[in-house]
Design a protein around this ligand. Structure first.
Ligand SMILES: *Cc1c(COP(=O)(O)O)cnc(C)c1O
Length: 418
C-alpha cells in the first residue's frame, strides 16, 4: 500500500490558495531520508551526497538538503547558478557535465566546483578557460554490458558518457603534469536500480581501477564518486532498496580493495537524485472530465507537460484518489491529460475506485525528474511547487507559470499583460 503524505482535507485547504495542478513536497520525508543516507555511509569519513540538481532544480529543496549536509551535482550553467544562490559553492559542487559549453566550465571554475571531466578532450578545452584545479575528477566508462547475477542492468558500451580505461590513465597523467594533486573517479553505469548490490558492484570496479591508477601513476586518489542510479519502488508490489545494506555493501568492498592497498583515506561521494526526492513529492490534480467511448477515460487538469515520465518511458506512477483510499478499485480507467498527443496518459488500464468529477488525484513518487522535466507543449503552463513543512505549514517554493511567462521570450510589448 502506498500512502499519500497529505490528506484530502489538507489538499482541500491548500487548494483554496493554490489551485490544482501543483507539486507538493514533504519536508519531513526529505530530511529523514537524507539523514538515513548520511547514516548509511557514516563509516566513511569524507562521505558526501551531492544531490543531482536536475532531478528537482528548486532552490527551496536544495536549501533543505544543504542543511542536511548535502552538496550539489550540477551539469549546466543554470544549475550552477541555483547552487550558488543557496550558498552551495566550492567543493560542495560536483560539476558532472557532458558536451560542456565554455561558459559553463568558466562558471564552475569561478565557483571553485570540483570539475568532473567527461572526456579527455575536455582537459585542453578547459585549460583555455581556467587553470587546472588541484582537485579534479574523471568519468569512467568500462564499456560492454553491466551485469548483476546474469541480469543485464545497463549497457555502458552504448552510453555517450565517460572515458575508456586507457583514456583515464592518459587523462590522469596529463592532469598530474598540469599540477593536479588530488584525483577522483566517477561512473554511472545503471539507472533506477532496485538491487542493493548496484553500488557495491560499481564500487568494486571503481576501487580496483583506483588502486591500479594510484600504483601506476603514483597519484593521490582522494574520492570515488558512485554517482546516481539508486532506484525507488514506484509500484506498490516492488521492494525498495535498503540504504543501510547498500552502505554496508560498499564498506565491505572498501575494506577488501582499498584498505589493503593503503588507501583508507578515500572519500565516497554519491550523486543521487531519484532516491533523495522521488518519494517525497507528488503531483496533485483534479478530475475535470470523464469520457466513455471504447475505453473509460478520466481527464485531469494536469498533463504530460507537468509530468513526462509516463509518456516518455512508460513509467509507472501510482495513483491515489484522495478520500477514496479504502474504496474498492473496481473501475478500469485511462487517466489522461489534455495534450494533443495520445501518449499523454498518466495511467493506462489502471484499476481505481470510481472517480467523480472534482475528485483530487494524487500521483505518487514524482519528487524527482517530475516538475523538472516539464515543458510547454500545446502552450501548457508549468505548475506551482509547494512545500509541506515539518510543522504542517504550506510554503510556495515556485509559483505557477502565467501566460505572461509563456510569452516572455517574444517582444509583444503591451499585448500580453496578464
Ligand atoms: C541524472 C544524474 C544523476 C542522478 O541520477 P538519479 O537516477 O536521479 O539517481 C547523478 N549524476 C549524474 C551525472 C546524472 O546525470
Amino acid at each position: 500500500m502506498k500512502k499519500p503524505f497529505v490528506s484530502l482535507e489538507q489538499i482541500q485547504e491548500i487548494k483554496k490558495t493554490y489551485p490544482t495542478p501543483f507539486y507538493i513536497y514533504d519536508e519531513k520525508g526529505i530530511r529523514e531520508n537524507a539523514r538515513a543516507v548520511n547514516r548509511a555511509f557514516s563509516w566513511n569519513k569524507g562521505f558526501r551526497e551531492y544531490f543531482a540538481v536536475k532531478a528537482t532544480p528548486t532552490p527551496g529543496i536544495l536549501q533543505i538538503l544543504k542543511e542536511e549536509g548535502c552538496g550539489a551535482d550540477c551539469s549546466s550553467y543554470t544549475e550552477l547558478q541555483i547552487a550558488e544562490a543557496v550558498g552551495v559553492t566550492g567543493h560542495q559542487i560536483m560539476f558532472s557535465s557532458n558536451v560542456t559549453p565554455a561558459e559553463d566550465f568558466a562558471l564552475a571554475a569561478k565557483l571553485g566546483a570540483i570539475i568532473n571531466f567527461d572526456d579527455i578532450t575536455h582537459i585542453p578545452f578547459f585549460e583555455k578557460i581556467a587553470p587546472i584545479p588541484e582537485t579534479v575528477c574523471c568519468r569512467y566508462n568500462p564499456g560492454g554490458v553491466f551485469q548483476v547475477s546474469n541480469e543485464i542492468m545497463d549497457n555502458p558500451g552504448d552510453a555517450k558518457y565517460g572515458m575508456t580505461k586507457e583514456q583515464m590513465k592518459e587523462a590522469f597523467r596529463m592532469l598530474k603534469e598540469k599540477g593536479a594533486k588530488h584525483f577522483g573517479i566517477h561512473s554511472f553505469l545503471a539507472s533506477s536500480t532496485s538491487s542493493n548490490v548496484y553500488y557495491p558492484m560499481l564500487s568494486k570496479i571503481l576501487f580496483e581501477l583506483a588502486v591500479e591508477l594510484k600504483n601506476e601513476l603514483d597519484i593521490h586518489i582522494a574520492f570515488i564518486n558512485l554517482s546516481g542510479g539508486v532506484g525507488i519502488p514506484y509500484h506498490p508490489d516492488e521492494e525498495g532498496c535498503d540504504i543501510m545494506a547498500i552502505g554496508e555493501g560498499v564498506r565491505k568492498v572498501y575494506e577488501e580493495v582499498l584498505v589493503p592497498a593503503g588507501m583508507d583515506d578515500v572519500a565516497i561521494f554519491t550523486e543521487m537524485g531519484r532516491y533523495m526526492l522521488a518519494p517525497y513529492g507528488a503531483l496533485v490534480a483534479e478530475a475535470i472530465h470523464e469520457k466513455h467511448i471504447y475505453k473509460e477515460y478520466i481527464g485531469l487538469d494536469a498533463c504530460a507537460a507537468n509530468l513526462m515520465r509516463p509518456a516518455m518511458y512508460g513509467a509507472y506512477h501510482h495513483i491515489t484518489v484522495l478520500g477514496k483510499e479504502d474504496a474498492p478499485c473496481d473501475h478500469k480507467y485511462d487517466v489522461t491529460g489534455g495534450l494533443c498527443e495520445n501518449n499523454d496518459k498518466f495511467a493506462i488500464d489502471r484499476m481505481l475506485p470510481k472517480i467523480d468529477m472534482g475528485d483530487l488525484i494524487y500521483i505518487h513518487d514524482t519528487g524527482a525528474h517530475g516538475h523538472s522535466m516539464g515543458y510547454n507543449y500545446n502552450g501548457k503552463l508549468r505548475s506551482a511547487e509547494l512545500l509541506l513543512c515539518e510543522n504542517g505549514d504550506v510554503k510556495l517554493l515556485r509559483r505557477a507559470e502565467t501566460p505572461a511567462d509563456y510569452f516572455a521570450t517574444f517582444d509583444f510589448t503591451g499585448l500580453f499583460q496578464k
